[in-house]
Design a protein around this ligand. Sequence first.
Ligand SMILES: *[C@@H]1O[C@H](CO)[C@@H](O)[C@H](O)[C@H]1NC(C)=O
Length: 297
Amino acid sequence: MALLFSYSEKLTSYYSTILVLIIIVGVWAGEASAGNFYQEVDVTWGDGRGKIIENGNLITLSLDKASGSGFQSKKQYLYGRFDMKIKLVPGNSAGTVTAYYLRSEGSSWDEIDFEFLGNVSGQPYIVHTNIYVAGQGNREQQFYLWFDPTADFHTYSFLWNPARIVFYVDGRPIREFKNMEANGAPYPKKQPMRVYASLWNGEDWATRGGLVKTDWTKAPFTASFRDYKPNGCVWTNAASWCCQNSAPWLSEALDSGNQKMLRWVQKNYMIYNYCTDKKRFPQGLPKECTVPTTKPK
Ligand SMILES: *[C@@H]1O[C@H](CO)[C@@H](O)[C@H](O)[C@H]1NC(C)=O
């Protein structure tokens, strides 16, 4: 009897140890699965130059003279907030373009872009942003950064909802594109998009407008990605679109603190804005650039 008792007692403690282990492993797996690259993305091109490593927590993309590389999300989204930490190509990155963007399919696609244009050592990257609606872009804004984007990871985010698109760098809004359909401007709101990232050779354009070419003696060039957070409305097919009305990003806007930050970035770091480029649009600025005229009472 005593033997049996102590045996079952041992058994109980054995099972409770296993239970605790299961709970620990469960919690750990739950955390790891938030944005795990194995689950969320496919490396789609680059013939081995794009690598998912560190148990799915890190992706490195590389570029050499033969090819760049890239990955894309398995899921499609209609609206969301997408965060990614990126460490850009260090050293002489002239000619290289690291891209992080949202894009729909087809010839009449919508697209929301971050493109990081490399530079010679010690000279600043340009953060190039653009928005395409129905295959039509030409909505560029460009910025310098207030830090060295090659020294460490920084968070780059898109917010995309029915009212606005906001580009954020480390949580600071750098660009807001409002839905100005009331003013006759197109807005991306029908086509689901995938999240993409790539590293490619843009030497004809990227650095000082193409004057500085890629120095292939420095290849391969490498950019790294981690902490991917796709908080979006997942698109499964046109008939079933899962998005709770309560999803915070659907109604996210810029509060007064954010608007102040946006003005600070635009005043100090913006280097190009298509909305003020009158020479480029002799027929008049695009409709989203002009404030709607409200009739005086
Ligand atoms: C590279 O550095 C030059 C010189 O400082 C600067 O004019 C340019 O905007 C920088 N960035 C790119 C991507 O050309």
